[in-house]
Design a protein around this ligand. Structure first.
Ligand SMILES: C[S@@+](CC[C@H](N)C(=O)[O-])C[C@H]1O[C@@H](n2cnc3c(N)ncnc32)[C@H](O)[C@@H]1O
Length: 327
């Protein structure tokens, strides 16, 4: 299935690329943004993605826009560690692509039987199966509660723990069946929806990546550089909103103070445009239902030094590295 780029006109407007400028597309996916950005101005795009499957599509863009495009396979949280010069714009379109959801063997979808994997990078680190087999009931409860906003998180976690005591949980449908038994079928949404989303966010450390990605963009952007972020989940939007407001000096918090200037906060590293959050148009939502929960936020880099990163913006949930250490 093709991935429809969300809020594309709004993205192009916010990026406002000019000839000769460089943009990092931190979530390359199907290259919808990258292609449109290069069509909008005679600029260069550096695409990043942690999924190696995007390489063929990236190859097409390298051919079509010779010398103006390249792909780096890396998590976007490391965009300032891959040898790039300071850039004029960074865009992030958080989440999974339609292609990833569609491939049964990736294990993202409860509708398609496949291994319970869910790793966007397709290697390294624990899988969703590792999480359901090795997290405690209390840890699973937090994962479902926080990342899935699942009201019956404790019940779901207990059902998984008793199911795993009776036998292995191997495939997406094994887990979907457990969740369906636990929650029953009510309403239009499949009972596995929230828990699958929660596991995907956990397995890919999506909130940690988002926060560290924002900090990396702050370090990589030139003065006047544009940072444009699209999210689909209220937790993600809260991280972006809080990050922007702190960096713009609108709210205090985090480690805004370097020790040597204890009583003097650093200058704002971003300014926020008057309209800093935008939602998709009604017609876009009608055409592409996936866009309905999207929110786009924009901030403009100042010339001030980047703040010191501080993970306290993140919710208190067992970390992926804690699970990894157990395996
Ligand atoms: C929603 S899709 C992006 C679609 C893209 N804007 C387009 O127009 O085709 C998200 C993509 O970002 C990638 N991704 C998600 N989190 C990432 C991260 N932390 N680092 C690098 N890539 C990531 C996923 O693998 C996926 O391909």
């Amino acid at each position: 299935m093709k991935h429809y780029p969300v809020m594309l006109p709004e993205i192009l407007d916010a990026l406002a690329m000019r000839a000769g400028e460089i943009c990092v597309d931190g979530t390359f996916g199907n290259g919808g943004y990258s292609q449109a950005i290069m069509e909008s101005a005679d600029c260069t795009v550096i695409g990043l993605d942690r999924d190696p499957n995007v390489a063929p599509r990236a190859g097409e863009l390298s051919d079509q826009f010779a010398g103006r495009f390249r792909l780096i396979q890396t998590p976007f949280s490391k965009m300032d560690e891959v040898g790039l010069e300071p850039v004029d714009a960074v865009v992030l379109d958080i989440g999974v692509s339609s292609m990833q959801l569609d491939e049964a063997e990736r294990g993202f979808s409860f509708m398609r039987e496949g291994p319970l994997d869910m790793r966007m990078a397709q290697g390294g680190g624990p899988t969703a199966r590792d999480a359901v087999l090795h997290l405690s009931a209390a840890e699973l409860t937090r994962v479902f509660q926080v990342y899935g906003e699942e009201k019956r998180a404790r019940h779901v976690a207990n059902c998984i723990v008793s199911a795993r005591d009776q036998g292995d949980i191997i495939t997406t449908t094994d887990l979907a069946d457990i969740l369906e038994k636990a929650l029953g079928r009510r309403g239009k949404t499949h009972p596995a929806t929230r828990s699958f989303q929660a596991l995907r966010i956990f397995v890919n450390d999506e909130l940690g990546e988002l926060y560290r990605g924002l900090c990396a963009a702050e370090r990589l952007l030139k003065p006047d550089g544009r940072l444009v972020v699209v999210t689909f989940h209220s937790l993600e939007d809260r991280i972006v909103k809080t990050f922007f407001r702190r960096r713009a000096g609108e709210v205090q918090g985090g480690s805004r103070y370097v020790p040597e200037v204890a009583n003097e906060g650093p200058s704002a590293s971003f300014t926020l445009p008057r309209r800093s959050v935008t939602k998709p148009s009604k017609s876009e939502i009608e055409e592409n239902a996936r866009s309905r929960s999207a929110k786009m936020r924009v901030a403009i880099r100042t010339g001030a030094e980047a703040f010191i990163a501080d993970d306290r913006l993140l919710p208190d949930v067992v970390s992926l590295s804690e699970l990894e250490a157990r395996l």
